[in-house]
Write a protein that binds this ligand. Structure first.
Ligand SMILES: *Cc1c(COP(=O)(O)O)cnc(C)c1O
Length: 458
């Protein structure tokens, strides 16, 4: 292994065998799946980099925690453990569990958005924007322009452009902005972090106008790692202290436990406002369940509480982020185009630069993800024109500047040897990129079309 990369800070106690298929079998499988990697069977995938969501390997302590599940309908002791852990690590007063992140997004959006409102955010996320729009809001992107350019290398490419936020406040008025949705890190920008200085400045500007800051906290531990590694004054602070400081500038968060909580399911909503908390407990019972389980089994809340504490361990998080860097550096050395700098959870290949012979209407990222699977058995996903969907008002396609294929690394699942295989096979494919054909729609679902859409080759 190359210099500068520490070995895995965990050892293997249980193994899961992987599917090994021939290239002919994979060609058939991806055709059957309508060239959509979401529609492949897991058993057809060798290394599965579709997502880091819910694909985490739990620790022995978490598995032991599952046996401590208190499955009482109300007042489960695991809820109190989770609540105490979140209060301690995030610093928010109130915690409402939900079955996953979008459950929290649904409740937050339903309670705080009125038709005609605007929700500014540092780049959109699919389910987050869906719930904002579903409740009548218009999403406004306030991320710095550089985040939309795959070739600009900045330490905090997820930062908010304060001028964009100020311009929106001037244009529509603060009373039309229920909250700023501040994502740490920014998934679709390539897992890019937000600096502490920027968080502070956004918070000051928003609060001056009486606007709340609600974090999308999904990958907050990864964001904290980047602050420690890159921002002046944080090198000697613990991940735990940085996470707590990040959230001290805001009013609440939505959390997908399937990412940085190191679990397979779960999520929660936090806030400091008691009124909002009361409303959230009244809403959670309609969609998820009692406020003391929110659609989760007691054992899953226990695993989430334990996982969150493991996630703030420095050896864990530095290994995780370095795995991404390792894959990025190998691909980069061979000239494979990708979003720079490397993010916290994934490498995002630049599909337009990878496939210059295709236009965006040939769905280059969708086509590249399908080809990577066929060539190597590695499952990845499209984050480009298909994921971006259509404008809800005009029905026209969004044309995102970033047309990417995401190689998402599940937490604690794969070793550096697996990443070597991924890099080597993608480099081979890059050398034969002219053979990759564009795609066209066979079936386009009305919303969140990337999950279940089907395609054929042009
Ligand atoms: C996954 C994710 C969500 C939604 O969470 P789910 O648990 O999948 O419902 C929200 N925001 C971001 C940035 C995510 O990555």
């Amino acid at each position: 292994m190359s210099k500068g990369f520490a070995p895995e800070p965990y050892k293997i106690k249980m193994v899961e065998n992987m599917a090994i298929m021939t290239k002919e079998e994979r060609k058939e499988a991806i055709e059957r799946a309508g060239y959509n990697t979401f529609l492949l069977k897991s058993d057809e995938c060798y290394i599965d980099l579709l997502t880091d969501s819910g694909t985490n390997a739990m620790s022995d302590a978490q598995w032991a925690g599952l046996m401590l599940g208190d499955e009482a309908y109300a007042g489960s002791r695991n809820f109190y453990h989770l609540e105490k852990t979140v209060q301690e690590l995030f610093g928010f007063k109130y915690v409402v569990p939900t079955h996953q992140g979008r459950g929290a997004e649904n409740i937050l959006s339903t309670l705080t958005i009125k038709p005609g409102d605007y929700v500014p955010g540092n780049m959109y996320f699919t389910t987050t924007r869906f719930h904002q729009e579903r409740n009548g809001a218009t999403f406004r992107d306030i991320i710095i322009d550089e985040a939309h350019n795959s070739q600009i290398d900045l330490p905090f490419k997820g930062n908010v452009d304060l001028k964009k936020l100020q311009a929106l406040i001037d244009e529509v008025g603060a009373e039309k902005i229920p909250y700023v949705c501040l994502a740490v890190t920014v998934n679709l920008a390539g897992g890019q972090p937000v600096s502490m200085a920027n968080i502070k400045a956004v918070s000051e500007l928003a609060h001056k106008h009486g606007i709340k800051i609600m974090y999308d906290a999904t990958r907050c531990i990864e964001n904290a790692y980047f602050i420690k590694a890159r921002e002046e004054g944080y090198a000697d602070k613990s991940i735990k202290d940085i996470v707590k400081e990040m959230f001290s500038y805001g009013d609440g968060c939505t959390m997908s436990g399937k990412k940085d909580c190191l679990t397979n399911i779960g999520g929660f909503l936090c806030m400091n406002d008691y009124e909002l908390y009361l409303q959230a407990t009244a809403t959670v019972v309609q969609f998820e369940g009692m406020p003391s389980y929110g659609g989760l089994a007691g054992r899953d809340m226990e695993a989430m509480a334990i996982g969150l504490r493991e996630a703030v361990n420095y050896e864990y998080i530095s290994h995780r982020v370095n795995q991404i860097r390792y894959l990025g550096e190998k691909l980069d050395a061979a000239g494979v185009p990708m979003v720079k700098p490397y993010g916290g959870h994934a490498i995002f290949l630049d599909a337009r630069a990878f496939l210059p012979h295709l236009t965006q209407d040939d769905f280059p990222a969708q086509a590249l993800a399908a080809s990577i699977y066929e060539h190597s058995g590695v499952r990845t996903m499209e984050r480009g024109i298909i994921s971006a969907g259509r404008d809800v008002k005009t029905g026209k396609n969004h044309y995102p500047k970033l047309e990417t294929v995401r190689l998402t690394i599940p937490r604690r699942v794969y070793t550096y040897a697996h990443l070597d295989y991924v890099a080597d096979t993608i480099i081979e494919l890059y050398k034969n990129k002219e053979q990759i054909k564009g795609l066209k729609w066979e079936y386009e679902p009305a919303c969140l079309r990337f999950f279940t859409g089907r395609f054929s080759q042009k």
